[in-house]
Design a protein around this ligand. Structure first.
Ligand SMILES: *[C@@H]1O[C@H](CO)[C@@H](O)[C@H](O)[C@H]1NC(C)=O
Ligand SMILES: *[C@@H]1O[C@H](CO)[C@@H](O)[C@H](O)[C@H]1NC(C)=O
Ligand SMILES: *[C@@H]1O[C@H](CO)[C@@H](O)[C@H](O)[C@H]1NC(C)=O
Length: 356
């Protein structure tokens, strides 16, 4: 444990130093810049709810944001309107205890570094100003995404210079914990299908929805397990390759089903840290075969640039640990369609086509 903390601190130190260098470079020209967060929310009509929240905060709290040199994700009004619905509307939201709104504001903030979008490579777990709470930021094929335990937001406008810091406008409110009341059943990404769509893998969603079994999986809210989810780009490139083989009908259905199984572990929600600690990750429809000689698996490889799953094809985890619902099911976005060596053999795929 002590070791792990040390590594985390060392890693963060490196990131911060990197960010400090990065932010000392000149910002891109001709973008409007603002002297302070107050200046930004005052001048932008689409940030009126963020402005309201800031105005509600006590002076001592707002002092934290004086001379801002960190990074803030700011939900626009459309994002807040979606969120306030679960509280019974904007007026009810405004009546929430200031403490809750303060937590929310801190959760959207890091004071440690001014992070511009060009500095982001792969995935970054961000320690927010709300102590002990993180979110994950990643570049995906659909732009920059920010995953909090209860929402996945997209950066819809990046790199707005605010004082010495930077703000990014996002399309969802980031939610660190269950909203305090049980009356509001707040689960915007309750099903596997919701998360797959939110991560932009719409073609894979469509392919799964084509069959009754697939649709059942997409709609399920009580699955336990783990999925390696190919990006939209990876999946559409794969479909184009499959079309070239001219395989259709039951043979294709069989192959698709087997390959889909290679993306799933239906025994347990494995987070990326756990996966990184094992040699092999078992996958497939047949849970009893996990770990047996008949089982399908990927070799886990930690390379200098990230976590890889190596089989017939090899995928890099580009956005880990996205929870479905309460987190009994976890999704890891990968940059390739995943096929184990065992499936490739069963389907008679040529030995040379895959791998990396
Ligand atoms: C912000 O900067 C100004 C000018 O540099 C300084 O006078 C003021 O004390 C700073 N405020 C805080 C809270 O650090
Ligand atoms: C698939 O069909 C097309 C058109 O009929 C043909 O040109 C191509 O060679 C076929 N590909 C394979 C792998 O059989
Ligand atoms: C699942 O795997 C176990 C262990 O390898 C095997 O005995 C069983 O027949 C398999 N079930 C199916 C449905 O393939």
């Amino acid at each position: 444990m002590a070791n792990r903390s040390f590594v985390a601190v060392a890693l963060l130190a490196v990131l911060f130093v990197g960010a400090a260098h990065a932010s000392s470079r000149a910002p891109p020209p001709r973008k409007p810049s603002y002297s302070s967060l107050q200046d930004l929310v005052n001048k932008r009509k689409d940030l009126s709810i963020a402005k309201y929240i800031a105005e509600e905060m006590p002076d001592w709290f707002l002092k934290l944001y004086d001379n801002f040199s960190g990074t803030m994700a700011i939900p626009n009004d459309a994002a807040f309107e979606m969120y306030t619905e679960i509280w019974g509307g904007l007026e009810a939201f405004k009546d929430l205890p200031g403490r809750y709104l303060g937590y929310l504001m801190l959760y959207h903030t890091t004071f440690e570094m001014a992070a511009y979008s060009k500095d982001l490579k792969g995935t970054l777990a961000v320690d927010t100003a709300l102590f002990g709470y993180k979110f994950t930021v990643a570049k995906t094929s659909h732009g920059v995404a920010v995953a909090s335990p209860h929402t996945i937001a997209r950066v819809i406008e990046a790199d707005i210079k605010v004082g010495k810091g930077v703000a990014h406008i996002v399309d969802r409110v980031l939610i660190p914990f269950e909203p305090a009341t049980a009356e509001f059943d707040f689960d915007p990404y309750a099903s596997l299908g919701d998360v797959i769509k939110a991560l932009g893998s719409v073609s894979l969603y469509g392919a799964m929805a084509a069959s009754k079994d697939g649709q059942d999986i997409l709609d399920s809210t009580d699955l336990v397990g783990t999925m390696a989810l190919p990006t939209e780009e990876a999946f559409t490139a794969f479909v184009a390759e499959v079309k070239k083989t001219n395989v259709t009908g039951p043979a294709l259905d069989y192959a698709v089903n087997m390959i889909l199984g290679d993306h799933l572990n239906l025994a347990r929600a494995y987070d990326s840290e756990t996966i990184a600690g094992v040699k092999q990750a078992p996958v497939g429809w047949n849970v009893t075969a996990y770990g047996t000689p008949q089982g399908h698996y990927f070799d886990v490889e930690i390379r200098s640039d990230g976590l890889y799953l190596k089989g017939y094809t090899t995928g890099k985890v580009i956005f880990p640990d996205v929870p479905v619902g309460q987190g009994k099911f976890l999704i890891h976005l990968v940059d390739s369609v995943m096929i184990t060596a065992q499936t490739a053999k069963a389907l008679g795929l040529s030995a040379t086509a895959g791998g990396r």
